[in-house]
Design a binder for this molecule. Sequence first.
Ligand SMILES: N[C@@H](CCC(=O)N[C@@H](CS)C(=O)NCC(=O)O)C(=O)O
Length: 212
Amino acid sequence: MIKLYDFLPCPFGQKVRIVLAEKSLSYELVPVDLLGGDQRKPEFLRLNPYRKVPVLLDEETIVYDSTIINEYLDDEYPDPPLLPSIESSALRARARLFEDFADTSFTLQVGQLMAESAKPEGERDPTRIARLRQTVEKVLDYLNHELSGQQFLAVEFSVADVGFAPRLLVLKELGIEAGTGRPNVDGWVKRLLERPSIQNLQGVTLEPLAGV
Ligand SMILES: N[C@@H](CCC(=O)N[C@@H](CS)C(=O)NCC(=O)O)C(=O)O
């Protein structure tokens, strides 16, 4: 039985839960209370010395970091595949580049915007909010360009799309209309929302891990 150590609002854990659902893999969810400091307990540090969720335990195999977990799941449970075929190295690289780009240039920035927007009015920094909003809008413009003529970022649905899904789901609540003026993003988001793995994702909320 697979175990997933996770904190439901974590967007990186959400990436892994989308992949587990896409592959119809059953698993036990082991909650890690990040707000209560569970990640610093010795028993958790034995699983992940970096003190972060998600961590996947598959029999004897321990894997951490959402990107590496999702690649492990695709290697170990290849059906349905969530990376382009092994013959298409260039397309596999494109999927990996977009997954990395989602983590480093979108998810974190949306998280910062969530954190800043959640502050009481007097403590909020409107300049920072405007800057973060502009960054997110620029990423959406770029995605709109890259999605031209294709349904998903690497032709078929893949880990690249999974990488963006968790934070795409909160944009509306932050007042950002991803699809407005971006027809390719609009179609893409609609296609993502048709997938039960994304529709039924738990923990999609602006609170309480607003800063991550
Ligand atoms: N690169 C990691 C990032 C994981 C991460 O940042 N997890 C956050 C929660 S969303 C965490 O566990 N934070 C705990 C801490 O920093 O104390 C991944 O993709 O899994």
